[in-house]
Design a binder for this molecule. Structure first.
Ligand SMILES: *Cc1c(COP(=O)(O)O)cnc(C)c1O
Length: 388
């Protein structure tokens, strides 16, 4: 157990963080090369990152963005979602999932999730369907793949566009393929809270060439000619703007880091799955705690490693959070429920019992690439001794 003396008298436990990105010299070197090149905005590195990401995720087109949130907004726009439309979304997700339809003037309609996966199903979506619904956003929550095939069928039956918020999903698989490739369009996050990080950043992926082209244009002010094309021409051709676009660009500094991180993704996933198995062996023996697991149709990257705290445990979720805090362990409350937030308070009185139970009774355990054996053992010891 590592001890750090803060004032020479009272040794305090070194803090165990809930997460930490896996970064090193390679990322620093890649960024330094971009700085030396003089081209730091969106350019050749971004194009290379897009190509590498598309290949890794087995999709035809990838369009880099400033974040997953902006990728989701573009996804809704290219999918043709209009002001006044209803978009079905899980409340059990980071709030950006619900905000994206709001940005394009559509209304998020919150639906419940499956108890085991924390993800929407064709059944929970069906209960939220309205006459104004034109699209759904499904999430691979915490990296757990959503069961896409039945949802795809249900969307086709009702003529709805299927958008996947795969913010947490890079490295997760669904029926043997990377998640995200079965939706009409998917959005990814490279925030440090996810596995692969570029500091901030995101990606839109799709197999639809027209949608990819439009997303590419919209992210760059809807400029008729890209900055890269403009700069490579000695005499720049005139610009034209066919519609109102956005500045949702990624920089080459970020993309250079993303390329290095993408090369490490498989190792990140393997390491996390190994650490989760160590947690699993211990937690299987603790009465009242249940650890999230792979569904039978896919594998998780375990972006979030959450446990359910049942009444038999003795402590409730808040008490367990405090108990861990006293032992220098920084856990987190489970995934939020957007419909319970003031931002969406007008929609509060809807029954989402599974969402409310999960958001109130789950806790996210420390899990990151460089989590040490002694640190993990401290977490396990604390979980095993709720009274001590
Ligand atoms: C993190 C996250 C987002 C937001 O990603 P940013 O890149 O920070 O915009 C959106 N949806 C889900 C499900 C997330 O976990």
């Amino acid at each position: 157990m590592s001890l750090v003396s803060t004032n020479g008298e009272t040794p305090t436990l070194e803090r165990v963080n809930v997460m930490k990105p896996w970064l090193g010299e390679e990322e620093a070197q890649a960024i330094a090369e971009v700085v030396a090149s003089g081209w730091v905005a969106q350019g050749p590195k971004t194009a290379a990152f897009e190509q590498a990401f598309a290949q890794h995720q087995q999709v035809e087109h990838a369009v880099a963005t400033s974040s997953c949130t902006t990728a989701l907004q573009l996804a809704l726009l290219v999918a043709g979602v209009k002001p006044g439309d209803d978009v079905l979304v899980p409340s059990f997700s980071f709030i950006a999932t619900a905000n994206a339809p709001t940005y394009v003037g559509a209304h998020p309609i919150f639906v419940d999730v499956d108890e085991a996966t924390g993800n929407v199903t064709a059944q929970t979506l069906d209960r939220g369907l309205t006459v104004a619904t034109t699209a759904v956003i499904v999430v691979d929550q915490g990296g757990i793949p959503v069961d896409l095939a039945p949802i795809r069928q249900w969307c086709d039956l009702h003529g709805l566009k299927l958008i996947e918020d795969a913010a947490c999903g890079a490295g997760s698989t669904y029926r043997g393929h990377p998640v995200g490739h079965g939706a009409d369009v998917s959005a990814w996050s490279f925030h440090p809270r996810k596995l692969l990080t570029t500091g901030e950043g995101g990606m839109l992926t799709t197999n639809n060439q027209q949608w990819a082209d439009r997303a590419r244009t919209l992210r760059e002010h809807a400029m008729g000619i890209s900055a890269a094309e403009r700069h490579s021409a000695l005499v720049a051709p005139p610009e034209s703007y066919a519609e109102i676009g956005y500045n949702f660009r990624m920089t080459d500094l970020q993309a250079a880091m993303g390329l290095v991180q993408l090369g490490k993704l498989d190792a990140m996933v393997a390491r996390r799955r190994e650490l989760v198995e160590i947690y699993r062996r211990a937690i299987d023996d603790i009465k009242g705690l249940e650890l999230v697991a792979d569904p039978d149709y896919g594998t998780s990257n375990f972006q979030s490693c959450w446990i359910k705290v049942l009444p038999e445990y003795g402590l409730d979720r808040e008490e367990l959070l405090e108990h861990l805090g006293h032992r220098g362990i920084s856990a987190r409350r489970g995934i939020m429920a957007a419909h319970l937030q003031p931002a969406y308070s007008g929609l509060k009185n809807i029954g989402l019992p599974v969402t409310e139970s999960l958001t109130n009774n789950t806790l996210i355990l420390p899990l990151f690439h460089q989590l040490g054996a002694a640190e993990q053992q401290r977490v396990i010891d604390a979980l095993s001794n709720p009274g001590g």
